[in-house]
Design a binder for this molecule. Structure first.
Ligand code: NAD
Ligand code: MG
Length: 414
């Protein structure tokens, strides 16, 4: 489990606890949350634990030593502890793991994901930024290793589940950018995020607290802000393009405030298939872990009479410019999605620190993508991706240090 202390990580571990006969957790990675990590170590007894922030390793060791002394039970065995980027790679390629759930947030997940692929592990992909930034590197690696890429993102899981019911289930099984014949359109549903009921003109008043409260899903802070800008949906368009080998012209976004339909596919004969469920990430995560089987769960049944109505509308592109930025970056291809993704990560981080205004986010991303145009590389290798990722973050920082269009407004709000 990469990123065990996050929203995806904790939900994956809950599933492991619910199905002890099926799943055993052998490796955990986290960044800094030692208290939660230690609790997880005590519950799951992993063989290895990697800490991204290496400086905290001695403290983790001490706290585990103290626990070992305290515990009378001899069955408690300490995991091997590793740290830093190499440590994450060790955990990601751990011998006894069959499948790696990628729950790290951002492009920080790229190198451990590649380590897992190179070790031949199947992947449950939650960390979409990795595929978006580095598909030209990740997809050929998948082909070489034969690892399977199972989508954990709820929309892509819905598409993947619908594809199982088509004659091209074999393509869906691979899910590595190979076009699926007869798949005519994908409709990605979007809740509309925190500001879906706000007038565009009121967004000048948007605060960090407003942007980090999602109406339907409980998720990490970065993806919650991405949902508020709809960049999350834009990133998911690129993710769908790479996962299912479908053109950008054939991927549509539909606002569906109830988040009950998780996405739809339209087939050659015009039939539309959809997957429905309560907005709960445990189901798409479980499907990655159980695929191609389905496990019996006691989870709450979907009751459409309780939901009452399912509604849909077209997204407002002027209110949500990030969507169009993502389509443009996806169509440009090569290194452009990596620039878009890194600029977005940096912009969101700066917004969460209240150094830029919510409305500055698309501005600074667009500027980074514009600046990158003359340097775009169509077939980047890993070094190219890592270097444009670093460049794009610097470009955003530079721009912010010179001041942004909206910041005086945000500052005047106190
Ligand atoms: P989160 O912030 O809750 O958790 C992130 C995890 O990554 C934590 O365990 C943290 O310790 C670890 N981490 C953070 N920075 C790191 C670094 N530099 N190196 C190593 N580890 C680091 O995030 P989340 O909401 O669980 O999202 C994780 C990923 O899953 C994201 O890519 C997100 O887009 C995707 N995703 C999440 C959801 C959801 O419901 N939360 C849904 C779909 C997709
Ligand atoms: Mg999603």
């Amino acid at each position: 489990m990469l990123g065990s202390t996050g929203s995806i990580g904790t939900q994956t571990l809950q599933i492991a606890e619910e199905f002890p006969e099926q799943f055993r957790v052998v490796a955990l990675t986290a960044s800094r949350n030692l208290t939660l990590l230690i609790e997880q170590i005590q519950r799951h007894h992993p063989e290895v634990v990697a800490l991204a922030d290496e400086s905290l390793l001695p403290e983790l060791q001490q706290r585990l030593d103290a626990l070992t002394l305290d515990q009378s039970s001899a069955s408690w065995r300490q995991p091997q502890l590793v740290g830093g980027p190499d440590g994450l790679n060790v955990a990601a390629s751990w011998d006894s793991a069959d499948l790696v759930v990628t729950g790290i947030v951002g492009c920080a997940g790229l190198l451990p994901t590649l380590a897992a692929i190179r070790a031949g592990k199947d992947l449950a992909l939650a960390n979409k930024e990795t595929l978006i930034a580095a598909a030209p590197v990740v997809l050929p690696e998948l082909k070489r290793s034969g690892s399977r890429l199972l989508p954990a993102d709820s929309e892509h899981s819905a598409i993947f589940q619908c594809l199982q019911g088509t004659p091209w289930a074999e393509n869906a099984r691979l899910s590595t950018g190979i076009p699926t014949p007869g798949l005519r359109h994908i409709q990605l549903t979007a809740s509309g995020g925190a500001f879906r009921d706000w007038d565009a003109k009121d967004l000048v008043k948007a605060t960090v607290a407003d942007a980090t409260s999602h109406p339907n899903w409980s998720m990490g802070r970065k993806i919650t802000v991405d949902s508020a800008t709809l960049m999350n949906k834009g990133l998911e368009v690129i993710e769908a393009h790479y996962l299912f080998g479908i053109d950008y012209d054939q991927i549509e976004i539909v606002i569906h405030p109830q988040s009950i339909i998780h996405s739809m596919i339209e087939l050659a004969d015009s039939s539309v298939l959809a997957q429905l469920g309560w907005p709960d990430m445990k189901l798409p995560i479980l499907y990655c872990l159980s695929w191609p089987k389905r496990l019996e769960t006691p989870w709450r049944r979907l009751d459409l009479t309780e939901v009452g109505q399912l509604t849909f509308k077209a997204p407002d592109t002027s209110k949500y410019p990030c969507m169009q930025l993502a389509y443009a970056a996806g169509r440009a291809g090569g290194t452009m999605p990596a620039v878009l993704n890194a600029a977005n990560e940096e912009a969101v981080a700066q917004f969460l620190e209240e150094r830029i205004h919510f409305l500055d986010i698309p501005d600074v991303i667009e500027a980074a993508c514009e600046r990158h145009k003359p340097d775009l590389q169509a077939n980047p290798n890993l070094d190219d991706v890592l270097s444009v990722d670093a460049w794009s973050r610097r470009a955003v920082q530079e721009q912010i240090s010179k001041g942004t269009r909206r910041m005086p407004l945000a500052a005047s709000k106190g």
